[in-house]
Design a protein around this ligand. Structure first.
Ligand code: AVJ
Length: 358
């Protein structure tokens, strides 16, 4: 079997001003009556490691449930899209990505993978791993913040599937969620699709357990954001003076994570030349994780210029993958007719494959 060379290029949009982005967000968030930090700062090397650890906890079902849905439906998703490119927002460690890349390789359409993540280490590691595993795969990594740098995604060279997995869309407040979905929708050509992973509304006890695991990994993950501020902004947070809080807001249908100050305290943030006061029991909101219903996903898609073409879920309906098409795209075809189409596309794109999976 002939080996076809894979190529990697990496485009970094993170610059010096990103330290300013953190400083600005901290100043802004701590000045509020109800203090708040954006969840994206969780993911330094330690935070990313702790998140991987969370995903292995018995109480944290989203990761394994989403993987199960992909295992069952990756082939169909790929057949529906005939995609040659996979663009992954917040790509992280590429375990779930492989299920889609494998299906694309098997369909003979795989050409390019575009991982997009804030973590340089994550983008470089997954780019290197995947180009070794998939002959001929072109990897174009983007290191950046997908809320600000979506324009860094290269122009599509075939049909593409943009994936935003894990339920991370739940981190947005409803208004900015639709704004963000609209910015993705604008990047989609008529044959392109967005595959969106969302956690679903369920028994509050199950949700509560998922964000309050017995081993305390979520608590460590939550507290780690203070270590990030200590390092990046020369702050002097005492992590043991705060405790992890996570609860399901049944009215808004989202999980809220907070850090509660165990005592009255003042924290110095040297690089911001400021001191922040916390009252005893005062809470700092660190994350929202919205939970969805099929109806809410359809409404968000519609408000963002898309429609839900297929809705995939697990037997317990605890997590969902929605395949979204641009609203004015062509009508959805049947799986059988699409399989026929993919087969043709596959032979045309044979050059892209080393064939270890086909
Ligand atoms: C990565 C945002 C999907 O909301 O479940 C896990 C992050 N926070 N445990 C989530 C998280 C606490 C996770 N997302």
């Amino acid at each position: 079997m002939t080996q076809i060379r894979s190529t990697v290029s990496i485009d970094s949009r993170l610059e010096v001003d990103d330290e300013d982005a953190l400083a600005f967000d901290v100043l802004d968030g701590f000045a509020r009556a109800f203090k708040e930090l954006p969840p994206k700062y969780f993911y330094d090397a330690e935070g990313s490691r702790l998140f991987e650890e969370i995903c292995k906890q018995p109480e944290y079902y989203p990761t394994r449930t989403e993987r199960g849905i992909l295992e069952r439906h990756a082939e169909e998703i790929v057949a529906l899209t005939s995609a040659s490119e996979l663009v992954e927002l917040g790509s992280g460690v590429p375990t779930k990505t492989r299920l889609l890349l494998d299906a694309m390789a098997a369909a003979g359409t795989l050409d390019r993978y575009v991982p997009f993540d804030v973590s340089e280490g994550v983008v470089r590691a997954s780019a290197e791993q995947l180009m070794e595993e998939y002959d001929g795969l072109r990897v174009h990594g983007i290191i950046g913040d997908y809320e600000r740098h979506l324009d860094a995604v290269p122009p599509s060279e075939g049909s593409r599937i943009v994936v935003f997995l894990g339920g991370t869309i739940g981190n947005f407040l409803p208004g900015s969620r639709r704004r963000f979905l609209r910015s993705i929708a604008r990047e989609l050509g008529p044959d392109d699709r967005l595959l969106l992973g969302t956690d679903l509304v369920k028994d509050p006890a199950v949700l509560h357990a998922a964000y309050n695991d017995a081993a305390g990994v979520t608590a460590a993950f939550n507290l780690n954001v203070l270590a990030v501020l200590n390092r990046e902004l020369a702050a002097d947070f005492d992590l043991s003076a705060f405790e992890h809080v996570a609860f399901f807001d049944t009215e808004r249908e989202w999980i809220e994570m907070r850090l509660r100050s165990r005592c009255e305290q003042r924290v110095s943030i040297e690089r911001l030349e400021t001191v922040v006061a916390f009252g005893a029991g005062e809470e700092l909101r660190t994350e929202l994780s919205a939970k969805f219903t099929h109806k809410r996903i359809s409404a968000d898609a519609a408000a963002s210029g898309m429609r839900v073409e297929r809705f995939f879920t697990d037997p317990d309906e605890s997590f969902a993958l929605s395949l979204c098409a641009p609203a004015d795209g062509s009508a959805p075809a049947t799986l059988e007719s699409l399989k026929a189409r993919t087969a043709t596309a596959g032979s045309r794109r044979q050059r892209c494959l080393g064939g270890q999976l086909g």
